[in-house]
Design a protein around this ligand. Structure first.
Ligand code: 13P
Length: 336
């Protein structure tokens, strides 16, 4: 087993998943303002530190994705944030892309940027304690999209990013997110997501990326959020597994899904259904942002001094996700 494979497994194994706390300052500002809290560096840290010091970190969180601002901050107890996280046995990670920008010659689509100077930034993050990284590509579904141009150019960028990250001794999270926005059917999501993921692995292979030293972070196969079509959780799980079996090399150690705008409840329920019928060798777990943080953020906004209360809300959410990653979640457990 290579060192990268070991890191990936340590993050994902034994009912653990990833806390995606790497919202850019712009996104975090929107999240905080939506619950009536002003977005200062102190407030951003206070909320995040509350989560990073919770009991859930020991049993349910194998890795935390940080944003550039946070990885350089110190906790109230004067600990460097990566050290605070490692102290609980979780691995610190870092978002390294610099955001999705308009794709030239296809202005309705996005290309993720951040390759320039990446090798140097990676060395700095490694010194700060990061052992894995994230790069997110986004694709939307409509009649003519995602275009071949966006599928190819984002796959190429993900492959160049992944090669540099492995060169630096870290595990790249490869995140091709086919967005839920739109009226499309689950079948369309299945077709487009399969095409996107296959292209990513074609490019990763061309760039000699070791598939055993990456983590794939895909969307689940769902109908568009504006679609009126009903779908049950078993069908979501079957389509998601079918897509991944067709497009992901067997050497990949694990898949950590994004929540992508699903409710906390649905994100746990659908992950559980996937694990009930998981007939692959891949670990199937979570790398959730909103579906791990939403309730905790709402509680905290009203009770900023109540660290323990906020942590209890987060612990419960993380526990539900962990149970789902082992196919042991049930609706009754949500009510406790
Ligand atoms: P959500 O789970 O809120 O979709 O966020 C995950 C993530 O890291 C998106 O890049």
């Amino acid at each position: 087993m290579t060192e990268l494979n070991q890191i990936a497994k340590k993050i994902l194994e034994k009912g653990k998943g990833i806390l995606a706390a790497d919202e850019s300052t712009g996104t975090m500002t929107k999240r905080l303002e939506a619950v009536g809290v002003s977005s200062s560096p102190e407030n951003r840290l206070l909320f995040r530190e509350t989560l990073f010091s919770s009991e859930a970190m020991k049993s349910f969180i194998g890795g935390v994705i940080l944003y550039d601002e946070t990885i350089k901050q110190k906790s109230l107890t004067n600990k460097k944030i990566p050290e605070l996280i490692s102290g609980y046995g979780a691995i610190p990670g870092i978002k390294v892309d610099t955001g999705a920008k308009i794709l030239a010659n296809s202005p309705d689509e996005k290309i993720t940027e951040g390759l320039d100077g990446l090798r140097e930034r990676l060395k700095e993050y490694y010194k700060l304690g990061a052992r894995f990284t994230k790069w997110r590509a986004v694709y939307s579904i409509s009649e003519n999209y995602p275009s071949k141009l966006s599928i190819y150019s984002n796959a190429h960028a993900l492959a160049r990013y992944s090669a540099l990250v492995q060169e630096c001794g870290m595990v790249p999270i490869v995140e091709p997110e086919v967005l839920m926005d739109g009226n499309h059917s689950a079948e369309e999501c299945f077709n487009k997501t399969s095409e996107v993921i296959k292209k990513c692995f074609d490019e990763l292979n061309k760039h000699k990326v070791d598939p055993s030293g990456i983590i794939l972070k895909p969307n689940m196969i769902l109908p568009g959020s504006g679609s009126k079509k009903e779908i049950n959780t078993k069908t979501i799980a079957e389509l998601t597994l079918k897509c991944l079996k067709m497009s992901v090399p067997s050497e990949v150690p694990g898949v950590a899904f994004l929540s992508g705008g699903q409710s906390e409840f649905d994100a746990a329920k659908n992950l559980n259904s996937i694990n009930l019928i998981n007939d692959t060798n891949f670990i199937m777990t979570y790398s959730y942002g909103r579906a791990l943080q939403q309730s905790a953020l709402k509680f905290w906004a009203k009770n900023i001094q109540n660290v323990k209360g906020t942590q209890e809300v987060f612990n419960q959410r993380a526990k539900m996700c962990s149970l789902a990653s082992r196919g042991k979640w049930s609706e009754d457990l949500e009510k406790i």
